[in-house]
Design a protein around this ligand. Structure first.
Ligand code: FAD
Length: 282
């Protein structure tokens, strides 16, 4: 198992947040023409100028305002849900096996709430709870109250994926907060202190990724009856359309590192087809 992960099996956190990762790539791509808020709606990948004698005819991309870009190759890295929901019209349609992979591999919902409390009301050594009933299926705790430091922080995170998460996508933020605090009160309340979480809450952050218009879920997951379909999902179509993103990882889906790996893999694929030397090898 360890050998599957270049980074090992530990948990890592970027001390200055994920914005550092984005900054790193932006700093290293200063000469790249970047377009933000450019929602691809249509990909015409065999246009009028395409023929077997002119296989490099330009691919046409159209956005939400009807603006057009053309390209020799296109790398598609949108979440699986975006492809499943048909946000992007491919002309001609993608091959049948590609669509089968897109529509079979699952990417379900996910939400997370991070709550900060005035004090710790849970046992000192408790770090993680998997809850088979109650509001949130996973609960993680973090408490920092060292006499050697001014930093005092008591945080509990609620996290949930798949069907139970999707059921909660219609709830308001307040309803999720109330439900989560009640769950904690039920677990940690005593006769003398029946509502420790509700009484000690300071602030919180909540987000449901199913409701994000350009993500619509958490991440892809191992799926029954999807054997070898990741390979199909990751494969280029006629060496013109290329596919990356966490769902296309053949090693392990669902994570930022594997999403980055797929980006490197697909850059190599395009370089090979275009007869270029991959940047990393220059
Ligand atoms: C709650 C939660 C917790 C997680 N925890 C962890 C963790 O602890 N560790 C970890 O490694 N990973 C974690 N992940 C997973 C990780 O965030 C994803 O696997 C990773 O971000 C996927 O990267 P990606 O590049 O494949 O897709 P994304 O980062 O989703 O990028 C896809 C991009 O496509 C854009 N897009 C969508 N539609 C269009 C369109 N029509 N035109 C143009 N662009 C479009 C989107 O705006 C987005 O920017 C977590 C995810 C969730 C939801």
């Amino acid at each position: 198992m360890e050998s599957k992960y270049e980074w090992g099996l530990g948990d890592f956190r970027l001390a200055e947040s994920y914005s550092q990762l984005v900054k790193y790539y932006l700093d290293n791509s200063v000469h790249v023409d970047k377009r933000l808020n450019w929602q691809v709606k249509e990909v015409v990948w065999k246009g009028d100028d395409w023929s077997s004698s002119n296989p490099r005819g330009r691919i046409l991309l159209r956005n939400q305002h009807g603006e057009v870009l053309t390209a020799k190759y296109v790398i598609i890295t949108v979440p699986l849900t975006i492809l499943q929901d048909g946000d992007i019209t491919f002309i001609p349609a993608l091959p049948v096996n590609k669509n089968a992979a897109i529509n079979t591999i699952q990417m379900r919902g996910a939400w997370k709430i991070v709550c900060r409390f005035k004090h710790r009301f849970w046992p000192d050594k408790l770090q993680q709870i998997y809850s088979v009933r109650g509001f949130s299926s996973e609960i993680w705790t973090h408490s920092c109250d060292s006499p050697d430091s001014d930093v005092k922080c008591h945080v509990i995170v609620g996290f949930e994926t798949a069907e139970p998460a999707e059921e909660k996508s219609v709830l308001s933020g307040q309803e999720v907060l109330d439900g989560f605090l009640s769950h904690l009160d039920e677990m940690f309340g005593t006769i003398s202190d029946p509502h420790p979480a509700t009484d000690a809450i300071m602030d919180h952050v909540y987000f449901h990724w199913s409701n994000h218009p350009f993500i619509r879920g958490g991440y892809s997951s191992p799926t029954a009856h999807a054997y070898d379909l990741r390979h199909v999902l990751a494969s280029p179509v006629e060496d013109r359309l290329f596919f990356a993103g966490e769902a296309t990882s053949l090693r392990s889906c669902s994570t930022v590192p594997t999403a980055i790996e797929t980006g490197t893999r697909v850059a190599d694929e395009v370089c090979r087809v275009a007869g270029l030397i991959p940047c990393a090898k220059l």
